[in-house]
Structures are given as C-alpha cells and as structure tokens.
Ligand binder design. Structure first.
Ligand code: HEC
Length: 172
C-alpha cells in the first residue's frame, strides 16, 4: 500500500524530468536567438547570417510588394525585396526603422537572371549622420562586392533622407 502511494507521488517528477529532457533536446536542435548573435558591421558576417542562420528568402516581402516587381535602376529591371521582422513591423507602424532592421533586395534582369543582392542593415550608432545604415552588395555567388559606409549607395539613398533613406515605400 505504502509502495503504491510513494510511486504515485513520483509521477509528477517523472513527467517533469521527461519534459525537461525534451525541452533540452529541442533547444540543442534549434539554437535560441541568443546563440546566434546579430551580426556586427561586417559584410561577410551579415551574409552568413542572412543566408545560413536567418535565410532572407524566408523573410516577409516588403509589405505590398510581390516577388519580381518592376523596379528602377540601379538595382535591376525586376526586384524582390525581403524584410526581417523588425523591418516588417517598422514599415507597418510608420515610425521609421527600428535598430536591427534588415532589408535584402534581389536584383534581376528583364529575363529574370539573378544579378545580385543589395542589403541595408540598421546598426545603432554605426553612422548617425546617415541613418545608421550599413550598406552591402553581393555577387550572385555571395561574394562581397561592397560593404559599409559605401559612398555610392549613401549618396543616392540620401535623397530619401526624410523616409529613413528608403525608396521602396513610406516608412514614416
Ligand atoms: C542611383 C541611385 C542608387 C544607388 C547608387 C543605390 N541605390 Fe539602392 N535604391 C535605389 C532606388 C531607386 C531604390 C528603389 C528601387 C525600386 O523599388 O524600384 C533602391 C532600393 C534599395 C534597397 C531597398 C530599400 C529601399 O531603399 O527601398 C536596398 C536594400 C538598397 N537599395 C541597397 C543599396 C546598396 C547596398 C547600394 C550600394 C551598393 C545602393 N542601394 C545604391 C537607388 C539607389
């Protein structure tokens, strides 16, 4: 009789143990956010992050834009623009872009040949005179073609200073 009571009392502990090991196992398989730090101002690190850890192709599209929409130069005849979670909420909230916002724009030729990837990434304190944007450009194979406070990118995007340096749609 006593034995039965003791084993019954153990049931919750056994469940707790099973749950804890399952949670631990899942944690091992899917590393939490804290395990993958957001990249710093480094074009290679950013590329690894948006290709391997948080594949940009799984992000939301810029709200209201389809894949392969007709774009303007210099980014390609056809464009697909992906935004990460902070960027997505910022665009919807219309209060300017939050730190950590990332925008990844694929450029294509008129016949849908992939020409390269353009990235803007807002890093607090990186470049306060120009909206704290880190600019990066990648070849179709992922090779870094430009990264950082890229003069050419900054000069043109400066025209959109009142819209947090962005062209695709209003963010304020
Ligand atoms: C001559 C002007 C010009 C230059 C230079 C330029 N851009 Fe852009 N950029 C644009 C325009 C215009 C758009 C919007 C394209 C569209 O929607 O048709 C854009 C859009 C973008 C976007 C999507 C976010 C947004 O602003 O709407 C990113 C990311 C981007 N550019 C990155 C870059 C990077 C990185 C460089 C430098 C390697 C660069 N751009 C250089 C004009 C420019």
């Amino acid at each position: 009789m006593n034995k039965i009571i003791v084993s019954a009392a153990l049931v919750p502990f056994v469940f707790a143990l099973i749950f804890a090991s399952a949670a631990f196992a899942i944690h091992e398989i899917i590393p939490s956010e804290s395990v993958i730090p957001e990249p710093g101002p480094n074009a290679e690190q950013i590329n690894a992050y948006i290709v391997k850890y948080k594949p940009y192709t799984a992000w939301n599209l810029w709200p209201g834009k389809e894949k392969l929409y007709k774009g303007s130069q210099p980014h390609g005849e056809l464009l697909t623009t992906f935004v990460n979670t902070p960027a997505f909420f910022s665009i919807n909230d219309k209060k300017g872009m939050a730190d950590g916002s990332m925008i990844a724009k694929e450029g294509y030729s008129a016949d849908k040949k992939f020409l390269g990837l353009f990235v803007m990434y807002k890093i607090k304190g990186y470049n306060p005179q120009a909206g704290d944007w880190f600019y990066a450009r990648y070849a179709p194979d992922g090779k870094v073609l430009a990264g950082g406070r890229v003069e050419a990118c900054m000069q043109c995007h400066e025209k959109q200073k009142d819209n947090d340096y962005l062209f695709t749609g209003p963010v304020k």
